[in-house]
Design a protein around this ligand. Sequence first.
Ligand SMILES: [Zn+2]
Length: 196
Amino acid sequence: MHTHKLRAASWLLASTAICSSPSWANTQHEAHVHGQVELNIAQDGNDLLLEITAPASDVLGFEHAPKTEAEQQALNTALQQLNQAASLFSLPAEARCSLQDNHVTHTLPSHSDDEHEDHDEHEHEHEHEHEHEDHHGHAEFSVQSVYRCEQIQQLGQLTLNWFSYFPATENIQVQAISDKGQTAATLKAAQPLFRF
Ligand SMILES: [Zn+2]
C-alpha cells in the first residue's frame, strides 16, 4: 500500500535533516530535553505522516515504570489521549484528511526491570531509587499518525493541540517535508499553528 512510500518519506526526512542540521542530528543520539517535543511531518502524494516524539516527563511527569496506582492511572490516561490523533492535531477541513493509522509507543522501563527494587521497601532506599532511575536514563513517547487527504493541496497548515493536553511542554520543534519543500519551525502554546 502506501506504507512503503511513507517509510521512504520518513527516511528521507531523517536523512536530509541530519545532513542539513548538525544540531538536529545530535538530538537523535543524545538525551532529550524536558519540555521539548519533536514533530516530523512527511507528505507524499495524498499521504501525510505525522510523527511526534516527546519526553515521558512531558507526558506523565516521570520517566520510570509506574510504581503507584496514580502513576499507572496517569499512564493509562496519557495512552488514551495519544491514541486520539484527531484531538492532537487540527487539520484544515477542506483538505479532507482521514486518519488511516495511529500508533503509540513508549520506552518506559517495564515492571520486571525494576523487580529487584520492589523488594526494597525500606524508607532509606529512596535515595538509591533515584540513582537507579538515572541509570535507566530517559524515556520517550512516540506517536505516528498516518492520514490520507483527498485535497492535500488545501492542507498548508496544521494546529497542534498538544499544549492543552501536556502543559509541561514548552516548545515543539517541527520539521516538514512536502511537495513544497522543507520547512521548520518552533511552536509554543501561544502559537501552535504550523504552516508548510
Ligand atoms: Zn527525560
